[in-house]
Design a protein around this ligand. Structure first.
Ligand code: GLU
Length: 450
């Protein structure tokens, strides 16, 4: 019986792999989820009888469109825009937009697939989606990026709406871009629909804490993991990869809780700061000047700069938070972290650890918080933004942060509880995948073959 369902899941996966040839990131995300849920099919064979896995793995709708724009010198450029509306069984499609040269259908599909279960775990009424473009904002002027956002929204506005699909930011899309996107949407529709995008400015419909939410939420989740092991952040050494919103606000919260962050990175390398990252200096270099991380050393001369960003994982730490991008932490890095005594690894980025790295952590008994649970605070706060928009209200920073902290605690409990129920006590990956899957699957069963 056991083997029957393992083989069944493998054969469903092989069919999906063939139908979606050349999409390695998508295969990776699907495989991880399917492997975790074989144990659910054993207990509840009706999921399989209803074709749930096959239905779940096929996006409801995939939109690919041309995004033409003109640079400051008058040259014409064409980029490719995407929106994968994966699953809307729990609510309107919800998920960010990524502007990065690496963006392709595989990447957007894996992100949208992860988003379904992440959003389910938050307990909020939101479906799963993701979008973006293979546009590189690096080195582009403000006016070029604004024109790009306007062209992107000129097409995307046809497919989104507060009850249909609610995009937000991701890599390369922050508050500034959301402003330009919202401005164009409002103009195309002649209608002020605050709830169509999240991550808006706080003076025009945005929520307090949304900017900080993914990082803060990640640290709250990590704090729950530590508590569960009889520990807390006080005196722990942490390494946080990345230097965007997620990384920066993770560092801020770790420091507030008494931990010390000794290394951060960007695409050009990493800095090691033996006395702990000076957050004000990092904010100035990365968020205000949009510069390279090496410039941190000019402001903080005690820090060392190293060129290979992957080597950040050779810095010894108790807590490792990969917050840069997918597949940034591989098997060799995982082995080094384990050798250096890491206790907790939690994913601030989406799928930053390779499957081999995850195997190393689980085999070594390191607590591993998968992204769909650990980084869910961002989208959860987006759902709080939607709630404020729907009631034409705006909450205080303190109240919103309290709501976020409660949501992260509940996600932690849900992971722990579900893992134990299925015989995998303490396994956050199994807990998150099974709990997310069951919530979506039960709703799909209730809504019929759609
Ligand atoms: N891009 C973020 C994520 O990966 C946030 C999405 C949102 O707020 O809709 O979850």
């Amino acid at each position: 019986m056991d083997q029957y369902f393992d083989e069944r899941v493998e054969s469903i996966f092989q069919t999906i792999r063939k139908r979606n040839a050349g999409e390695p990131e998508f295969h990776q995300a699907v495989r991880e989820l399917l492997e975790s849920v074989a144990v659910v099919l054993k207990r509840h064979p009706h999921y399989d009888q209803q074709g749930l896995l096959q239905r779940l793995c096929e996006p409801e709708r995939q939109i690919i469109f041309r995004v033409p724009w003109i640079d400051d010198e008058g040259n014409i450029h064409v980029n490719r825009g995407f929106r994968v509306q994966y699953n809307s069984v729990l609510g309107p499609y919800k998920g960010g937009l990524r502007f990065h040269p690496s963006v392709n259908l595989s990447i957007i599909k894996f992100l949208a697939f992860e988003q379904i279960f992440k959003n389910a775990l938050t307990g909020m009424p939101i479906g799963g989606a993701k979008g973006g473009a293979d546009f590189d904002p690096k080195g582009r002027s403000d006016t070029e990026i604004m024109r790009f956002c306007q062209s992107f929204m000129t097409e995307l506005h046809n497919y989104i709406g507060q009850y249909t699909d609610v995009p937000a930011g991701d890599i390369g899309v922050g508050g500034r871009e959301i402003g330009w996107l919202f401005g164009q949407y409002k103009r195309m529709r002649n209608s002020y629909e605050s709830g169509v995008l999240t991550g808006k400015g706080t003076s025009w419909g945005g929520s307090q804490v949304r900017t900080e939410a993914t990082g803060y939420g990640l640290v709250y989740f990590t704090q729950e993991i530590l508590k569960h092991r009889g520990l807390d952040f006080d005196g722990q050494t942490a390494v946080v990869s990345g230097a965007g919103n997620v990384a920066i606000y993770s560092v801020e919260k770790i420091q507030q809780l008494g931990g010390e962050v000794v290394a951060m990175s960007d695409s050009t390398g990493f800095v090691y700061d033996p006395e702990g990252i000076d957050l004000a200096a990092m904010l100035e270099v990365k968020l205000e000047r949009r510069g390279r991380i090496v410039d941190y050393c000019a402001l903080v001369p005690r820090a060392e700069f190293h060129e290979q960003r992957h080597r950040i994982w050779t810095v010894p730490c108790d807590v490792a938070l990969p917050c840069a991008t997918q597949n940034e932490l591989d098997e060799v890095a995982a082995e080094t972290l384990v050798k250096n005594g890491v206790k907790v690894v939690a994913e601030g980025a989406n799928m930053p650890c390779t499957p081999e790295a995850i195997r190393v952590f689980r085999a070594a008994g390191v607590a591993f918080g998968p992204g769909k649970a650990a980084n869910a605070g961002g989208v959860a706060t987006s759902a709080l933004e939607m709630q404020q928009n729907a009631s034409r209200d705006s909450w205080t920073f303190e109240y919103t942060e309290e709501r976020l902290a409660t949501i992260m605690k509940r996600i932690h409990q849900r992971c722990i509880g579900t893992a134990a129920e299925y015989g995998y006590a303490g396994d956050y990956l199994m807990g998150a995948n099974i709990a997310g899957f069951r919530k979506v699957a039960d709703a799909m069963l209730a809504l019929g073959i759609i």
